[in-house]
Design a binder for this molecule. Structure first.
Ligand code: AGP
Length: 585
């Protein structure tokens, strides 16, 4: 889940690459490095730690590649940072993914001096070996890439060749089309300040990228493939933090506008999806992490509103319990990045079973959208904070709209969503922020926390707990409130914070009983609810919005997570050990 950025003729390549890597840092921030062409050999710079605030010490150059790492193979050290040089120092590679057969390949480079503990460096020495057989860089790379197994994106640069070579299987790679300085990167948003015209490299393709020419070849036929240039509508400004201290806060604040846009602009797609769900024998909504909680929310919406069953499935588990899939099955895949390997593999499995695949994706042109029979773009704009917020709400907005459309009550959806937009905007008032910060002050030293919800609020409890875990590192557990008595209540002791989700629906009295039960064991009870209640030690009010009342509830949870991270001194945008899109298994 690393970030790769390369330029072919840039007047200040080291600086441009460094800026590109900064825009990719949400993909991995353990270490970073840049290599550029020098007078007689490649010049390399690499460091452990985040890029933010870093300067490059490399001399002027116009040609190079860089990498920001999320460690998979080999610890977080300067030596394991990418790029990796070969023995001659004239060739370097950067890599995103895992070389599954690295041990076997390592046997082929006996005598080469490896400087790191990574699988990636082996590729550099294999290419070096092929180059000694009088091959040019592209041929040498092609031979080596065909030997590599696993999900990988690999790029090589050589002092003596005027082009970059890239190969892709699984991990994303995008070529930026810019006359006189074509580029290559791991995602579109990092290219936006330079170009909005891109070519998405497909699996099993190789690219030869020079300043004035981009050539794509098939690894199977070695034949040239015509370029398919896409124009990305996102602007560089959208991918920027603007006046906000963090992307997470910016993206939380964008949610009312996104709900309003989806409400107005997705009528055709939602009608079509509702028809597909109606006619399918069975519908499965497959996703991972936060996206999986959106799928679970969808199950409650469809049952409550449309009296229709849809089945949420966790991407990394779907393969093991989906033997019943067939041509009449509908598989809906949810993903912000469209690059999550477990979701991609679930979709490949569903396609293998001849099921129809519709994906709800945020990143245009992503692998998932290219793999699906049909794609509905979330249009939430670039989401840079690792903890997903606006993309989650965009997914549940689409699922709520589709459930109401299926039950023929679209106007009710519009009314609920309009109320939700207003209820969310109310949460951004400075008074509310004060209220949140006062609560955070009372609980930020706690290491354990529970979030309890029933019915439609249960998926929200899971999502709020995940946000708190991701950015504040408090061990927050989301639970169906009814399950508390069956074990987890043993963990409640004096002062343990318990968040009670009460949307003022048929679950209220039962979830308040759970509040009483934890209170009786000394818990510090926090209510995110329509009405205050004596059992609450702290109350975070939300306004009612029909079936969309969980929307403001979730946003309160997002804000709580954000301010807890700040109070505990952590960077909410780049939490430890995480990366924005999970492209390795
Ligand atoms: C959410 O905050 C996390 N970043 C993570 O759980 C994420 O939702 C999951 O990896 C799925 O990502 P996707 O939506 O890009 O497929």
């Amino acid at each position: 889940m690393c970030g790769i950025f390369g330029v072919t003729k840039d007047k200040n390549a080291p600086q441009t690459i460094l800026s590109g890597l900064k825009r990719l840092e949400y993909r991995g921030y353990d270490s970073w490095g840049i290599v550029v062409k020098g007078k007689s050999r490649l010049n390399l710079e690499k460091h452990t730690g985040k890029i933010s605030g870093s300067k490059t010490v490399l001399d002027q150059s116009d040609f190079g590649i860089g990498h920001t790492r999320w460690a998979t193979h080999g610890g977080v050290t300067d030596a394991n940072a990418h790029p990796h040089l070969d023995c001659t120092g004239h060739l370097a590679v950067v890599h995103n993914g895992i070389i599954d057969n690295w041990q076997e390949l390592q046997k082929k480079i006996k005598g080469h001096k490896l400087k790191s503990q990574t699988d990636s460096e082996i590729a550099a020495h294999l290419i070096e070996k092929e180059l000694t057989k009088k091959n040019d860089l592209f041929t040498a790379f092609t031979k080596v890439f065909s030997q590599i197994h696993g999900y990988n994106a690999l790029i090589a640069i050589h002092q003596d060749f005027p082009y970059l070579v890239a190969g892709k299987t699984g991990s994303p790679l995008v070529i930026g089309i810019k006359k006189g300085n074509n580029l290559i990167a791991s995602d579109v948003s990092s290219l936006l300040p330079i170009t909005q015209d891109v070519v998405f490299l497909e699996d099993g393709q190789l690219a030869k990228v020079s300043a004035d020419k981009v050539e794509i070849y098939s690894t199977k036929t070695n034949k040239k493939i015509p370029l398919k240039i896409s124009h990305i509508s996102w602007s560089a400004k959208e991918a920027d933090k603007g006046k906000f201290p963090h992307f997470m806060l910016k993206e939380i604040r964008e949610q009312p506008k996104i709900i309003s846009e989806i409400k107005k602009s997705k009528t055709y797609e939602v009608d079509h999806l509702a028809k597909q769900i109606k006619t399918a024998d069975s519908t499965f909504v497959v996703a991972c992490g936060t996206a999986a909680y959106a799928a679970l929310s969808g199950q409650y919406f469809f049952s409550r509103i449309a009296k229709h069953q849809i089945n949420p499935a966790i991407g990394s588990e779907f393969f093991y319990h989906s033997d019943f899939l067939g041509p009449k099955s509908l598989c809906i895949a949810l993903s912000q990045s469209g690059e999550t390997i477990d979701t991609l593999q679930s979709v490949q499995h569903a396609k293998h079973k001849k099921a129809k695949v519709v994906s709800l994706v945020n990143v245009p042109g992503s692998s998932l959208s290219r793999l699906s029979d049909q794609t509905i773009l979330l249009d939430a704009g670039p989401e840079k904070a690792v903890a997903s917020t606006k993309a989650f709400l965009a997914k549940v907005t689409l699922l709520l709209l589709t459930a109401y459309t299926l039950s023929g009550e679209r106007q009710k959806a519009i009314s609920d969503l309009s109320k939700a937009e207003k209820a969310i905007k109310d949460l951004f008032a400075s008074e509310y922020t004060k209220r949140l910060k006062k609560l955070v002050n009372a609980i930020y030293k706690k290491e354990d926390l529970f979030v309890l919800g029933r019915g439609q609020s249960y998926p929200s409890a899971l999502e709020i707990a995940l946000k708190i875990k991701e950015v504040s590192y408090i061990h927050a557990e989301g639970l169906p409130a009814g399950e508390l008595k069956h074990g987890p209540i043993a963990l409640i002791e004096k002062g343990t914070p318990c968040i009670i989700l009460d949307p003022g629906d048929e679950t209220s009295s039962d979830v308040l009983s759970s509040a009483m039960e934890v209170k009786a064991r000394g818990s510090y009870v926090i209510g995110i609810s329509i009405k205050d209640n004596p059992v609450f030690d702290s109350w975070l009010p939300i306004k009612k919005a029909g079936e969309a009342t969980v929307f403001p509830m979730i946003v309160v949870g997002q804000l709580l997570a954000y301010y807890l991270a700040l109070a505990r001194g952590f960077d909410p945008d780049m939490p430890r050990n995480l990366a924005k899109s999970v492209t390795v298994k």
